[in-house]
Design a binder for this molecule. Structure first.
Ligand SMILES: C[C@H](O)[C@@H](O)CC(=O)C(=O)O
Ligand SMILES: [Mg+2]
Length: 441
């Protein structure tokens, strides 16, 4: 079955007009239209396809689509066997192409495109093995998993042998953790109640609904106006009570000292973490913020815009974050996220993935299940983000029960979209966008 050949890569620009209702708004992205570059790998077995995507926002999507087209020449003609027998080599082929790497390397648009393509390859592999991706990873021999990771630039922090040792150790009691996940699910928190553009009335209503559904951990957007933040954090803390968990997210709005002063003023609301307090590239800045906020019991979380494994390495080496927020589409897919998960395990820092957007929850649930079952074996200070938007457009949408992700059962990486949804939301020709254009005229 692995002999199947990829004969075509199609990519489409699919956008959802979420900005109309301020869903997803934060201190830096005030009008996000949640979007994806949606990739389908066609194979020489007509019934077998690989589906992948990367999350983007609005107008940026067409640039990512262009980058996927550029990468597709490296993929067409390859068999799944060729790719998976040397996945590290294939990762390098995509990320280190002699001409295209100049516009990265391993960062920005080209890396988002790499994520979309590799996500589709992993989806195809899991479908061929007739397993959901998390199960493919959990069942995989540790040495094979290691062979998928590019350790270049990492070995001063994590060697292949150390990574292998972590995975071998993770095999102990793996079966019982898998059974626990299938029965109980993986703990989640919600960001859906408190986007920055929501009114206090909306926030109150959504928060009460979430509490009634069993949610106990909530994230609120901050960073644009201190008095607004104090009012909103006070409101949400009153609604959820002293024992539930609150996190705050500034989406890179502040300078380093400003972040420390601002968050100190919000400390009375007892946030567990401040997320993306400053520029996502400023590792030493995050370290200063972490040091200053530690006495207040507030950690720093980051990762949704962390370019690659090398930056995660430095964040960990510099004790610059206390929560690692892997993202299934920002970096080079499962291959690179495996490296980050293993580094986080070595540095003993919890992984709490970024999700939301379009499809990010569907994808990242597989990675966090793998982290718990095969690597960290711990739920302490760990949870996965959940955002309740746009799941209806997926063939195998996330299942949440009692504020927990229930492990997906369908084969693949859960990123196949409904063709009807793709057609309707394709930009600019889909009927949803044509109707908006007509209204605006
Ligand atoms: C623009 C996105 O909605 C962003 O605000 C998401 C985010 O920061 C998060 O979910 O965390
Ligand atoms: Mg965030």
């Amino acid at each position: 079955m692995l002999a199947i050949k990829i004969i075509n890569v199609s990519v489409r620009d699919v956008r959802f007009p979420t900005s109309l209702e301020q869903h997803g708004s934060d201190a830096m992205h005030t009008d996000p239209d949640y979007s994806v570059a949606y990739v389908v790998l066609e194979t020489d077995k007509a019934e077998l396809k690989g589906y992948g995507l990367t999350f983007t926002v609005g107008r940026g999507t067409e640039i990512v689509v262009c980058a996927v087209k550029a990468l597709s020449t490296l993929v067409v003609g390859k068999t799944l066997e060729e790719i998976t027998s040397d996945f590290r080599g294939f990762y390098r082929l995509l990320s280190s192409d002699g001409q295209m790497r100049w516009i990265g390397p391993e960062k920005g648009v080209i890396h988002l495109a790499t994520a979309a393509v590799l996500n589709a390859v992993w989806d195809l592999w899991a479908r061929v093995e007739r397993k959901p991706l998390w199960k493919l990873l959990v069942d995989m021999d540790p040495a094979k998993l290691i062979s998928c990771i590019d350790f270049r630039y990492l070995t001063d922090a994590l060697t292949e042998q150390e990574a292998l040792d972590i995975l071998v150790k993770g095999k102990k009691d793996q079966k019982s953790r898998e059974e626990q996940m299938l029965k109980e699910g993986y703990p989640a928190y919600t960001t859906s109640c408190a986007w920055l553009g929501y009114t206090d009335q909306q926030l109150t209503q959504l928060c009460n609904e979430a509490l009634a559904q069993g949610w106990t951990k909530f994230k609120v957007k901050v960073g644009a106006d201190l008095q607004d933040d104090i009012r909103r954090c006070s409101l949400i803390r009153k609604l959820i009570g002293p024992n539930n968990t609150l996190m705050i997210d500034a989406n890179q709005r502040w300078d380093v000292n400003e972040a420390i002063t601002w968050v100190t003023k919000l400390a009375e609301f007892q946030p567990l973490w401040i997320e993306e307090p400053t520029c996502p590239d400023d590792i030493l800045g995050h370290a200063s913020i972490s040091k200053a906020l530690a006495p207040l019991g507030i950690g720093v979380a980051s990762g949704e815009q962390c370019h690659n494994r090398v930056m995660f390495k430095q964040f960990l080496q510099a004790s610059a974050l206390q929560f690692v927020q892997i993202d299934s589409c920002r970096v080079g897919s499962v291959n690179e996220n495996l490296a980050t998960i293993l580094m986080a395990a070595k540095f003993n820092v919890p992984v709490c993935p970024h999700a939301g957007g379009v499809g990010l929850c569907e994808l990242v649930q597989h990675l966090i299940l793998f982290d718990y079952i095969s690597v960290s074996a711990s739920l302490s200070n760990r949870m996965c983000e959940f955002v309740d938007h746009l799941h209806e457009h997926f063939k195998s949408p996330t299942v949440i029960r009692n504020a927990k992700y229930i492990p997906p059962k369908d084969p693949g990486f859960s990123c196949e979209m409904l063709e009807e949804s793709v057609k309707k939301h394709q930009y600019p020709e889909g009927e949803v966008w044509r109707a908006i254009e007509k209204q605006q005229k």
